[in-house]
Design a protein around this ligand. Structure first.
Ligand code: KG4
Ligand code: ZN
Length: 362
């Protein structure tokens, strides 16, 4: 089956072509630079950029995959959750393409698709994000394909951590899952971005905090680990943000020294990572699964990857981290899930279905 998938839930316009579990192409046009000026994603600007980029990115994806529109068997798009105006662009375009080609269409839950990205292998090698430029052209893709490998699938607890969401999900089988917990306020990525902003770092601050932390002392400052010992699988990061706000207000000198900024970043990062790792492993243990998976933009974080690896090794659990190229939002994961659903007999959606911006994963 050859499938075209579109993802426009936030600030990445992404289009992928997937065939039989292989990702033939995954073109991404990121809007980070546009939103950086405003310190966060501006929904109207996101929608305008999606409108501007969707056709060239779609053409680039088809071209990189060497697939003609009439060779497509199905079309899929993210239906929710996400920014309404952003979702609308990709979802309605995908429905229009499917209608014009008289092919089935499927609306996909963005978080359910994240659950699939850890099972995609060789993405780094064949579709590294750095190879896709701002206009969505796929760079020199090396021969071979990133492929979804479900042969080694095992029930798992999956951590989805991004700028908008922090979720723990029990994945019992490929298409059966149950949300165990989520954040009651800020997402983990939001906590990186907002505390970084308090230190004067540009948006999004997460990657820069990761970089600065590498030469910082994570024990230099003791920040709270919210809900660490709470019995629930929920998270809360706004208290940590407030603690950093007061610390910076009361210790303005801490921002003057480069080393002390590095120590601050490392200490904040350590608090976020400890909460994420401890709660994920606890949920795996409680639910009796032998496998942990993780995806979403924050899964790019080196300390999180290291600590999850260490903790899973210690507990004898298998760990599948989404490869960095597929941690952030991408259409490949939308396409892989849509193909699995269609093959499993899930009925295509009607062409007058609407976006679901507040769609909550069950
Ligand atoms: O999944 P994503 O691209 O978009 C959504 O929010 O849906 O995630 C973006 C988030 C931002 O908050 C960004 O700061 C964070 O992921 N992020 C990181 C790193 N790379 C991206 N946070 C910490 N360390 C990183 N290396
Ligand atoms: Zn996402």
């Amino acid at each position: 089956m050859t499938l075209l998938a579109i993802e426009t839930s936030c600030d990445e316009t992404s289009v992928a072509v997937v065939r039989d579990g292989k990702i033939l192409s995954n073109s991404v046009s990121s809007q980070i630079q546009i939103h950086a000026e405003y310190g966060g994603v501006v929904p109207e600007l996101a929608a305008r950029e999606h409108l501007r980029n969707l056709l060239p990115v779609t053409q680039a994806a088809l071209q990189a995959a060497q697939v003609q529109p009439d060779q497509l068997d199905a079309v899929a798009a993210t239906q929710g959750p996400g920014l309404p105006t952003a979702l609308l662009v990709g979802f309605k375009a995908a429905q229009a393409i499917a209608f014009a080609l008289r092919k089935p269409f499927l609306g996909i839950h963005h978080h359910e698709a994240h659950l699939f990205s850890p099972w995609i292998r060789n993405a780094e090698h064949h579709l590294g994000a750095e190879e896709t430029d701002q206009t969505g052209r796929d760079g020199a893709r090396r021969s071979g394909f990133a492929t979804a490998d479900f042969s080694s699938f095992q029930p798992n607890v999956s951590l989805i951590v991004s700028g908008g969401h922090t979720l723990l999900v029990l994945v019992e089988s490929e298409l059966k899952h149950r949300v165990l917990g989520s954040t009651t306020d800020d997402a983990a990525g939001e906590c990186f971005d907002k505390t970084g902003k308090l230190m004067g770092l540009p948006y999004p601050a997460g990657p820069e905090m990761d970089r600065l932390s590498e030469s910082g002392n994570p024990k230099a400052f003791d920040f709270p680990r919210p809900l660490l010992n709470d019995a629930s699988n929920d998270f809360s990061f706004s208290g940590l943000k407030t603690a950093v706000r007061y610390f910076v207000r009361d210790h303005p000198d801490s921002l003057k020294e480069v080393q002390s900024v590095r120590d601050l970043c490392a200490s904040i990062q350590a608090a976020i990572v400890e909460v994420l790792v401890t709660k994920t492993l606890r949920a795996a243990k409680r639910n009796g699964v032998r496998c942990v998976t993780a995806s979403g933009g924050v899964t790019c974080n080196r300390a999180l990857r290291r600590e999850l690896t260490r903790a899973c090794e210690k507990a004898g659990l298998t760990l599948r981290l989404a490869e960095k190229a597929l941690c952030t939002d991408n259409a490949a994961m939308i396409g892989i899930l849509a193909e699995r659903k269609l093959l499993a007999g899930v009925k295509p959606a009607s062409f007058d279905e609407e976006i679901k911006p507040g769609w909550i994963l069950d």
